[in-house]
Design a protein around this ligand. Structure first.
Ligand SMILES: Cc1cc2nc3c(=O)[nH]c(=O)nc-3n(C[C@H](O)[C@H](O)[C@H](O)COP(=O)(O)OP(=O)(O)OC[C@H]3O[C@@H](n4cnc5c(N)ncnc54)[C@H](O)[C@@H]3O)c2cc1C
Length: 368
């Protein structure tokens, strides 16, 4: 397994529990990139419609993490509200809610008054809201700690701070690190935004767009809200943690790229995001900001996941680029593990044949 974010860590865990000998190589610490710096929201309201069945399963996995993972990630299951402030947003909300409802998410449209009964911290600005009882969040910075313990318990050979430098196809795959080359019958590329350079090792071109999402967190305050709040356009995600801090996000873009990471915040966008947050939850206006940061999220050309075999390379797989991937990624990675173990996954994978050009000829005839 190359890459120890939520996708790599979960696939490694279920492969090891399924009886395989697994080694996981992570360039830094486990779940310290997107999977440890994200907003932790577990929401159906912002998930792509086609991913709703996966997100519902992912939500259930996070809610029961103590049972199957064995370690706490601070999951809070609560109501989610998506707001509309204008007539245009109300129409958008209606349409988005209907499509997600058809896909299985229990979302219903509520009046502004009903929304305020669900979330007393709400301002009087929203004119309509969509309510979903299947929402919530985790403390994403705890993800790596929880998975590290679970992976070690499952017997995974964990190599943190061990970047993979190249993968060489052959009778087995040679996984090259500074400490030498190790050989594996199968290899899974789980590198988040770095999937593109990883697959280039095999000569496969899978273009991955890099989103630089900004987030901010307030100091601890008395309770200002109890639900997860978003807006119809998707430009807000907001919730208060049990320790009193409130995390403010919504995909406002900062500066950075694959090579430099989330390098710089754009203050004017941060201010826009925070203004929107205070527009929804007025009590936030009294809170000071403690910290802001940016993380990198991967997106394919059609914004759908890249999960399945690497065409032309038997025993090579890819898993990543799942939109709202923290919510559903763990379930999707579990499906890939089932596939690799020779079991029929209960829901389909997302083969990458549609995203790569002509599959390159295998460099080794044994990898036809
Ligand atoms: C700021 C932000 C906020 C977000 N908020 C939410 C949210 O609220 N809800 C939600 O559902 N989703 C959210 N997401 C999306 C979600 O975080 C991602 O979809 C998910 O974490 C991606 O997981 P991953 O395992 O594919 O990638 P990553 O977590 O990025 O893991 C890839 C790993 O590969 C490693 N790697 C790279 N190159 C090498 C190499 N050469 N050798 C070894 N290892 C290597 C990296 O170090 C990294 O740890 C957010 C994303 C961001 C960035």
């Amino acid at each position: 397994m190359i890459g120890g974010g939520i996708h790599g860590a979960t696939a490694a865990l279920f492969l090891a529990r399924g009886g395989m000998r697994v080694a996981l190589f992570e360039r830094g610490g486990l779940c310290r990139e997107a999977s440890g710096v994200n907003a932790g929201t577990l929401t159906m309201q912002m998930t792509r419609v086609a991913l709703i069945p996966y997100a519902l399963q992912g939500h259930a996995m996070w809610a029961s993490a103590r049972e199957w993972l064995g370690h706490d990630v601070g999951t809070v299951v609560t109501d989610g509200l998506s707001l509309a402030f204008t007539e245009r947003e109300a129409a958008l909300l209606d349409e988005r809610a209907a499509r997600r409802r058809d896909a299985g998410a229990p979302i219903r449209i509520v009046t502004a008054a009903e929304a305020r009964a669900i979330e007393p911290g709400l301002s009087d600005r929203p004119i309509l809201a969509a309510h979903c009882p299947v929402d919530g969040f985790t403390a994403s910075y705890l993800t790596g700690k929880a998975y590290r313990a679970a992976l070690l318990d499952a017997g995974v050979a964990l190599y943190e701070h061990t970047p993979v430098l190249a993968v060489e196809p052959g009778a087995t795959y040679g996984v090259r690190t500074a400490g030498g080359t190790r050989y594996a019958q199968r290899v899974v590329f789980a590198g988040g935004v770095w999937i593109e350079p990883m697959l280039a090792w095999l000569g496969v071109h899978l273009p991955i767009k890099v989103l630089v999402n900004q987030l901010a967190v307030t100091e601890r305050t008395p309770p200002v809200m109890r639900t997860v709040v978003g807006i119809a356009s998707g430009l807000l995600s907001l919730k208060q943690y049990p320790n009193g801090t409130t995390v403010i996000g919504g995909g406002w873009q900062g500066c950075g790229d694959r090579a430099r990471g989330g390098e710089a915040l754009l203050p004017e966008r941060l201010v826009g995001n925070i203004r929107l947050a205070c527009h929804a939850i007025p009590a936030l206006a009294g809170a000071r900001l403690a910290r802001a940061w940016a993380g990198l999220e991967a997106e394919t050309a059609d914004a759908m996941p890249a999960v399945g075999p690497v065409p032309g390379f038997e025993g090579a797989y890819v898993v990543g680029s799942v939109h709202s991937g923290y919510t559903s990624g763990l379930y999707i990675a579990r499906l890939l593990a089932a596939h690799i173990l020779g079991r029929e996954p209960p829901l389909p994978l997302f083969p990458i044949d549609r995203l790569v050009g002509t599959p390159p000829a295998s460099k080794d005839p044994t990898h036809g």
